[in-house]
Design a protein around this ligand. Structure first.
Ligand SMILES: Cc1cc2nc3c(=O)[nH]c(=O)nc-3n(C[C@H](O)[C@H](O)[C@H](O)COP(=O)(O)O)c2cc1C
Length: 237
C-alpha cells in the first residue's frame, strides 16, 4: 500500500506512551509537515507550541486534566488558532513576493490590494459593530447574488481559523506516524489556564487541540478501531 495511506490507516490515538527522546530532526519534519497544510487564503492562522522540557510538560499535562496520554507523552504540541497574525502574515508574504523575480510589480500590487480588502472584510471592529454592519450588507447582497459569507464576528473568525488549524494538525499526526512517532489529539484541557500559561490572549488565540506525542507503551493495549460505515459518512451525488 502507498506509504501515506498506510500511515493514515495505521494511526491510532495512543493513550499511554513510554519515555523516548524525539530528536530535533524528527521534530522539525513533523512541524514542517503541519505548516505545509492548505489554509484559507493561505493565511496559516495558527501557531504550534512544542512543549518538550520536563518542567513545562508536567505543567501543561496538568492543564490537560492530568490525562494519561499527556502525563506520559515525550512532548506536547499545543495547536492554537491565531486570529491576531493576519496582518503580519500578509506582510511577510508581500516581502517574500518582492524578494522573488517571478512576481511582477502589478502582481505584487494586486496581492497588496487584495490583502488589504481581506483584512478589512475579516475585521470584527470594536464591540463587533463593523461585524454587525457587514452581516446586514452581506445578507442583503446574498438575497440576489450567489456568494460566500465572510466571518463577521470574532467567534466566526475563530471558527474560520480553526478549520485551517485542524488541517495542519492532521498533517502533523500523519507525518508523526510516518516517522514512527505516535500521537493522541486531546480536547480535554483547561483552555483558559493553558492560554494564560502560554502568555496568550483570548482576544486573538484559541486552543484547538493539544497533541500528545511519543512512542506507544508496550503496556498499552490497542482497542479495535470502529468507524461508521462508508455509506453513513458519505453521500455520492
Ligand atoms: C478533536 C479530538 C479531541 C480528542 N480528545 C481526546 C482527549 O481529550 N483525550 C483522549 O484520550 N483522546 C482524545 N481524542 C482521541 C479520540 O478519542 C480518538 O481519536 C477516537 O476515539 C478514535 O480512535 P482512533 O483515533 O484510535 O481511531 C480526541 C480526538 C479528537 C479528534
Amino acid at each position: 500500500m502507498n506509504g501515506t495511506l498506510e500511515a493514515i490507516f495505521k494511526r491510532r490515538a495512543v493513550k499511554v506512551f513510554e519515555p523516548v527522546e524525539i530528536s530535533e530532526g524528527i521534530r522539525e519534519q513533523i512541524l514542517n509537515a503541519a505548516r505545509h497544510a492548505p489554509s484559507s487564503f493561505n493565511m496559516q492562522p495558527y501557531r504550534f507550541y512544542w512543549i518538550g522540557t520536563p518542567k513545562k510538560k508536567t505543567a501543561v499535562a496538568k492543564l490537560c486534566l492530568g490525562q494519561v496520554p499527556a502525563e506520559t507523552a515525550s512532548a506536547l504540541v499545543v495547536a492554537v488558532a491565531d486570529i491576531g497574525s493576519l496582518a503580519a502574515t500578509s506582510q511577510s508574504q508581500l516581502e517574500w513576493m518582492r524578494s522573488r523575480s517571478e512576481f511582477s510589480e502589478a502582481k505584487i500590487r494586486d496581492y497588496e490590494r487584495t490583502a488589504k480588502i481581506g483584512r478589512m472584510l475579516f475585521m470584527p471592529g470594536p464591540f463587533g459593530i463593523f461585524g454587525a454592519v457587514k452581516w446586514g450588507v452581506f445578507w442583503l447582497l446574498n438575497v440576489w447574488k450567489v456568494m460566500g459569507m465572510p466571518p463577521v464576528s470574532r467567534q466566526d473568525l475563530f471558527k474560520w481559523a480553526t478549520k485551517s488549524t485542524s488541517l495542519a494538525c492532521e498533517n502533523l499526526l500523519i507525518a508523526a506516524e510516518v516517522l514512527g512517532i505516535h500521537t493522541c489529539p486531546m480536547e480535554g484541557f483547561d483552555g483558559r489556564r493553558l492560554l494564560k500559561y502560554l502568555g496568550l490572549s483570548a482576544r486573538y488565540h484559541e486552543i484547538v487541540v493539544v497533541i500528545a506525542m511519543g512512542k506507544k507503551s508496550r503496556t498499552w493495549v490497542e482497542p479495535p478501531q470502529w468507524r461508521r460505515p462508508l455509506d453513513a459518512t458519505v453521500s455520492i451525488l
